[in-house]
Design a protein around this ligand. Structure first.
Ligand code: NAD
Ligand code: WQD
Length: 338
């Protein structure tokens, strides 16, 4: 079966393309390279010894989508393409709503026309309401998002579940990722953020490699075991394998289903700093600063539904995540850009 992967040149997309190729799926990628480098796809092909098909372009381009569906027999779509920086979304709400919502509307319009109605969507733990008790279950409250990025994920879930409700031929799988970090163990593909990283792990690796002076730990007065924020970090290779499981589930189960993709375990910022130092034997200077506005103290998943229905469970631990993130960064100090 051929899988169309939108945003396949990006961080999670490239790791998923690799896992799909390893399992003998045909892979077709559409990506406008707005936040990625096509070298990621070259390396996926090198690592697997298999070819994929790449279309450079925008998911909002109706003619290009028609061409892709005409030229390839697609059995399932994984829709990663989207803008993802929380802070930037506050400054550029129109761009986020345009990109993230219109891409989904155009994609599903063309899918409907060609009669290919299996789609997996990259949602996020950010759709959960901040006041929920932990762990978060798929039935926990959603909404009350604090930024346009989060609203695009929330709204896209509404759009896709509404489509599946109206037409029973659709099969929609909404995957809510927790905090993806790590890289393929080869160190050949990984996360390559543009500009100053917003997220914890890429910031840590850039400090360790000497591109940034020190890490700012955003607050140490939360109600957690050491006062710093706790999150459910998940290895990107585990996450990618979750998508392969989701493809198999989606093509066999019409309707709309939502799954958490997390480990079920929370670690603090300082847990991460200490593990990173120990596993990699590198210096990692940090200072404690004020809390970052909008952050919550603790967030972690209940991954039981994914285990039960997808037959998927995260296998890698925090040491694996720290080792593989560093292996990628030290072998590619400037990311794909060198
Ligand atoms: P990424 O930026 O590395 O990958 C997204 C890819 O989509 C990029 O290659 C970009 O060039 C492409 N793209 C963006 N808009 C496009 C468009 N209109 N047409 C074609 N290509 C387009 O991000 P990622 O971390 O791999 O995230 C993938 C998806 O998972 C995103 O939808 C993101 O919101 C979601 N997600 C990410 C995280 C995370 O922490 N990384 C967490 C939860 C959800
Ligand atoms: C993790 C922890 C910070 C940076 C974000 C999005 C979410 C999802 C994943 C897409 C927090 C602390 C961070 C730093 C720090 N993305 N931190 N110093 O905020 O849990 O989630 O990415 O859907 O929507 O909001 O991830 O990596 O930014 O932060 O102390 O320089 O690290 O306060 O406790 P977050 P993160």
């Amino acid at each position: 079966m051929n899988v169309l992967v939108t945003g396949g040149a990006g961080y999670i997309g490239s790791h998923t393309c690799l896992e799909l190729l390893e399992r003998d799926y045909g892979v077709v990628v559409i990506d406008n390279l707005s936040n990625s480098n096509p070298k990621s796809l070259d390396r996926v092909q090198e690592l697997t010894g298999k070819q994929l098909k790449f279309y450079e372009g925008d998911v909002r381009d109706e003619a290009l989508l028609r061409k892709i569906f005409a030229e390839n027999e697609i059995g399932c779509v994984i829709h990663f393409a989207g803008l993802k920086a929380v802070g930037e979304s506050v400054a550029k709400p129109w761009e986020y709503y345009d990109n993230n919502l219109n891409s989904t509307l155009m994609l599903t319009k063309v899918m409907k026309e060609v009669g290919m109605k299996n789609i997996i969507f990259s949602s996020s733990a950010t759709v959960y309401t901040a006041t929920n008790e932990m762990p978060l279950r798929e039935t926990s409250a959603t909404g009350g998002c604090t930024n346009p990025y989060g609203w695009t994920k929330y709204m896209t879930e509404q759009i896709l579940s509404g489509i599946a409700f109206a037409d029973k031929a659709w099969s929609v799988c909404l995957l809510r990722y927790f905090n993806p970090i790590g890289a393929h163990e080869s160190g050949r593909i990984g996360e390559d953020p543009r500009g100053i990283p917003n997220n914890l792990m890429p910031y840590i690796t850039q400090v360790a490699v000497g591109r940034r002076e020190k890490l700012s730990v955003f607050g140490n007065d939360y109600e957690t075991h050491d006062g710093t924020g706790v999150r459910d970090y998940i290895h990107v290779v585990d996450l990618a394998k979750g998508h392969v499981a989701a493809v198999e589930y989606t093509v066999n189960h019409p309707g709309c289903e939502v799954f958490n993709l997390g480990t079920g375990t929370g670690y603090s910022v300082l847990d991460m700093v200490h593990t990173f130092r120990e596993v990699n034997q590198v210096a990692l200077p940090y200072v404690i600063t004020d809390r970052r506005p909008g952050d919550i103290a603790v967030c972690y998943a209940d991954p039981a539904k994914s285990a039960e229905l997808l037959g998927w469970k995260a296998e890698k631990n925090l040491a694996d995540m720290c080792r593989d993130s560093w292996n990628w960064q030290k072998n590619n100090p400037q990311g794909y850009g060198e």
